[in-house]
Design a binder for this molecule. Structure first.
Ligand code: S3P
Length: 463
């Protein structure tokens, strides 16, 4: 009886341990087969977070469709809830009951967790420019290593005060100013997060805010225009000149988030590197400030076609058709394309590793400011695959090998749970062969929870 009891407890115990040990890792030892498929990727992360934050400032009920339900976006929803805004996640859409500009309502000692999201952590500070009580922003290990001076410096000019133990790193607290006034600012990094934080602070400040901003994604500008917020934009080759005035009111708005080109990019390269394959990705945002990946891959000889182009509330959308290309060639990548491909470089590096000839990417130091130091670590992964690189703190040369054979087992571990490192490694394993163990599978929940389901849809033998 006691023996039986013991066995039973042990059984439960083992099951529990197995469950706890549920492999948060992926093992791949076989290339993906030829495919011809149609897929839809989830909603764009930048637009999802911007919709949440702007709907919180609108008056009345806004509905968001195809909102990306990833950890970064859920953290944005949790944030506005903590700030007193009602949020309902319904089947098929999400509702936000905005209370108007500067109508947050919260208790003293509020802590906001931006988790892994630089976009949330930085943009929310703009909306808190008038917060009468201190609010603390925290983040995960990766976000706590990232630079916040790019937003604290301009927001201090508006009148906000910041408190931090380690200067310009999370955790930090913001205390707003009741008399925040518009500023003149030159944004020189090409950071859309910095530009957008300033624009959100301008929503809530007297006077006009002028920004001379190095080119970066312009979703905030397009949404401001669509929402009839007083904004003027003059575009030149390198800089955009933006002025924003406080609106009287923002009307509630419904928005259907288009597919994310950054998520699509992994499947573009999967297809390009799989001969005789074809993939149609439906309904992707092709805003020209985001399509650098398409331009770069096409310059390398990839076959990518845009079908059924249309406009949606200021944004451009298209279906993307990709065909496997045998003859990729190396690229000397023009640095004007960097900002429009900033989140796609890891997967572009993989394409370069399989191209004929040497590829060169310059002025890319911003890549080391992302969820992980992607320039350094991207290079390291290519080296593990047997691909030669030459790295500086601002550039990388990749010596492509069209017939690459991976001879040693590869283990991808301890990369700060960077979701794009995980996805790049998975695509590398599926297209280059070899034996791969890729840790931190759950990192995909940051930006693309359905990533592995789509891989399986493309080739059901997988995963
Ligand atoms: C984002 C801007 C980019 C990008 C990030 C999302 C945004 O960062 O890398 O994934 O939504 O504004 P920077 O603005 O820091 O370049």
């Amino acid at each position: 009886m006691i023996q039986k009891q013991k066995q039973l407890t042990l059984g439960i115990h083992l099951r529990l341990i197995n469950k706890l040990k549920m492999p948060n890792q992926l093992f791949i030892n076989k290339k993906i087969g030829i495919f011809d498929k149609k897929i839809i990727v989830s909603g764009d992360k930048s637009l999802s977070i911007r919709w949440v934050l702007l709907a919180s400032q609108a008056s009345g009920k806004s509905k968001g469709f195809n909102l990306l339900m990833s950890e970064d976006v859920v953290a944005a929803l949790e944030t506005i809830k903590k700030l007193g805004i009602k949020v309902l996640v319904r089947k098929g859409h999400c509702e936000i009951y905005g209370k108007g500009i500067n109508n947050f309502n919260y208790k003293s000692g509020l802590v906001i967790d931006a988790k892994n999201s630089g976009t949330l952590g930085r943009l929310i500070l703009g909306l808190l420019i008038k917060s009468p009580k201190k609010i603390k922003i925290i983040g995960d290990k990766s976000l706590s290593k990232r630079d916040f001076s790019r937003v604290t410096v301009p927001l201090e000019k508006f009148g906000a005060t910041f408190y931090h133990k380690v200067k310009n790193k999370l955790p930090l607290s913001i205390l707003g100013s009741q008399s925040s006034r518009g500023i003149n600012y030159i944004e020189n990094k090409g950071s859309a997060q910095c530009k957008s934080a300033i624009m959100l602070a301008a929503l809530n400040s007297s006077g006009t805010t002028f920004i001379k901003a190095k080119k970066s994604r312009d979703h905030s500008e397009l949404l401001f225009k669509y929402l009839k917020i007083p904004i003027k934009i003059k575009k030149t080759k390198k800089y955009d000149f933006i002025s924003v005035k406080k609106p009287k009111k923002i009307n509630a708005f419904n928005y259907k988030i288009p597919g994310d080109i950054s998520s699509s990019a992994f499947f573009m390269v999967l297809t390009i590197l799989t001969n005789n394959s074809r993939l149609l990705i439906r309904n992707v945002n092709i805003n020209s400030s985001r399509t650098g990946v398409i331009t770069i891959l096409r310059k390398m000889g990839a076959k990518i076609f845009l079908k059924n182009k249309r406009n949606y509330k200021g944004e451009k959308i298209s279906d993307i058709l990709i065909q496997g290309s045998k003859n990729l060639k190396g690229i000397n990548c023009p640095s004007e394309l960097n900002s429009s491909a900033i989140d796609e470089f890891l997967i572009i590096f993989l394409a370069a590793a399989r191209a004929k000839g040497i590829s060169y990417f310059k002025d890319v130091s911003e890549l080391n400011q992302k969820e992980s130091p992607r320039l350094n670590w991207g290079s390291k992964i290519l080296n593990m695959m047997g691909v030669k690189t030459e790295l500086t703190n601002n550039s990388i040369k990749i010596y492509g090998q069209p017939n690459l054979k991976i001879t040693k087992p590869i283990i991808i571990k301890n990369y700060l749970k960077d979701h794009r490192i995980f996805m790049m490694s998975t695509i590398a394993a599926l297209t280059c062969g070899g034996e791969w163990t890729i840790h931190d599978k759950d990192s995909i929940n940051t930006s693309f929870p359905s990533f592995l389901k789509i891989v399986k849809k493309i080739d059901s033998n997988y995963l």
